[in-house]
Each structure stands twice: as C-alpha cells, then as structure tokens.
Design a protein around this ligand. Structure first.
Ligand code: ADP
Length: 253
C-alpha cells in the first residue's frame, strides 16, 4: 500500500510537469501553425515547396493535438473538494513512517484546527510530502519533527486561513542557499535530490493564493528549521470552482 501511494504521488507530480510542459510547448506551436498557414498560401511558393510545407504542417498538427490532449486532460482534473489538512498530514506521515523510525525521529503533533480548505487533495499531499520528506532527510541522526496546524489571520494579507508548520532539528539551511531554495533543480543532495520538491510545492501553494516561507536558526542550543505554509480559507480559485465556503469545523480529526 505504501508503494502504491508513493507511485500515485510520483504520477501526480509527473502529470503536473506534463501539464506545464504541454502549456509551454502549445504556445509556440500555435504561432507556428499560423505562420504555416501564411506560408502555404504565399504566392511565391512553387509546388514542391508547397508539398514540403504540407508535410511539415501535418506533423505540426499531430504535435499540437498531443499537447492539447495533455492540457485538457490536466485542466479537467476534477473539482476541488473539502480537504482536511490533518488528514493529509496523517497520510503523509504514514508514508514517512519507516524514515521516522529508522532515524529515531521524535514526532510532535499539534493540531489546533480541523484545517479544512477546498483543494485538490493530491496537490496538497504533494506539498506536505515534500516538506515532511525534506525534514526527515535533514535528520539522519535523529531529532524532533514538529507539525503544527492552526487557524489564524495572516498578518501580511489580512486573510483568514490555515497555518501549517513543519519544524525539524536537522542540518539547517546555509544562508548562502536561502535565495536558491525554491528554484527548480536546486539541491544539496547530490544523487538523492531532484531540486524540484520546493519549487513544485511553492507553485501549488501559490495556486491556492497561499504563501510558503522558511526560517532556519539556532534555538535553545539546536538548529531549528521551520517551513510554514499559509493557505487562505477562501480563495477565488476554490469559490469560483465550487461555489462554497469551507466550513472550518466541519471535519474534526
Ligand atoms: P531536494 O529535496 O530534491 O533537494 P527540494 O526542492 O525539496 O529538493 O529542496 C531543495 C533544497 O532545499 C534541498 O536540497 C536542501 O538543501 C534544502 N532543504 C529543504 N528542506 C530542508 C530542511 N528541512 N532542512 C535543511 N535543508 C532543506
């Protein structure tokens, strides 16, 4: 079951990448299709050139068809549903159980909110799988993993929502790398890392009009690294698609 879940996560991430790539490729393809139309009808084109242009255009249409299919598949992927963040976290922790145990990591949970928001569960799971996975990897020799969920008003935007913190007592973050952390392919984990986790996570959080930030500092004689995610209770994204308000206390965990 653990492997199946891991596989599902991988597929979801790959699907998202495929969607991004299809979108990026579709725009220039659209432009080339228009240019080909003009070229094919250009008076200076002789029959042989026309034949080549037709051939190229057919292949172009095939490529456009593939990207359009890929895009519509990922655009139509289901409506957002009420997602309980504690439930998402629990399912991620289950996946990480082996890592937690083998490193001897002490787990402390503080769920002060039912933490329900409208979202695609797979996307949120992806975010917290990345954050918790990173925290576990930062503590190969053991430590404490703290997870906090609370409901509050975001000081920066004045919006009501859910705060979720993943705090570890691991290796910490070199201030020199702080700027690069959310960039794609930045990783300090030579062979084990892809450097895509935080980049993808930030993309997902921003899609829900949220914020993600981190802080790494010395605290009570130990390095502590905290990744904090804010997700607004109501987003234009969710209300536009589902027309409903998330009920913060509808799901108790
Ligand atoms: P990856 O984990 O594949 O390297 P990420 O995008 O998830 O990619 O993370 C990028 C980098 O950020 C990591 O290689 C690591 O240097 C740093 N990082 C992320 N989370 C933590 C953490 N909890 N503690 C220390 N460093 C971290």
């Amino acid at each position: 079951a653990e492997e199946a879940l891991r596989q599902a996560e991988k597929l979801a991430a790959m699907g998202r990448m495929a969607g991004i790539i299809a979108h990026e490729i579709n725009n220039p393809l659209e432009a080339i299709t228009n240019a080909f139309y003009l070229l094919r009808n250009h008076p200076s084109l002789d029959d042989q050139a026309k034949y080549y242009a037709d051939m190229a255009e057919q292949e172009l249409q095939r490529a456009s068809h593939i990207t359009r299919q890929t895009l519509s598949f990922y655009r139509e992927s289901k409506q957002p549903v009420p997602v309980s963040l504690p439930e998402v976290i629990e399912s991620v922790l289950e996946l990480q159980q082996r890592g937690l145990q083998s490193s001897g990591i002490d787990l402390q949970k503080q769920y002060r909110s039912g933490g329900v928001i409208y979202a695609h569960p797979v996307e949120l799971r992806q975010v917290f799988l990345n954050l918790i996975g990173n925290a576990v990897q930062a503590m190969p020799g053991g430590g404490t993993l703290r997870i906090r969920i609370s409901e509050a008003t975001d000081g920066l935007t004045g919006r009501r929502g859910i705060f979720l913190s993943v705090i570890d007592t691991g290796v910490g973050i070199d201030p020199e790398n702080a700027e690069k952390l959310f960039q794609p392919f930045f990783s300090t984990k030579s062979t084990k890392g892809t450097g895509l986790g935080l980049w993808i996570s930030k993309g997902i959080v921003q899609k829900y009009e949220g914020r993600i930030a981190f802080r790494s500092q010395y605290y009570k004689g130990r390095q502590a690294t905290c990744f904090r995610v804010f997700l607004p209770a109501e987003t234009t994204h969710s209300s536009a698609k589902s027309g409903g308000k998330p009920a913060a206390d509808s799901v108790a965990v």
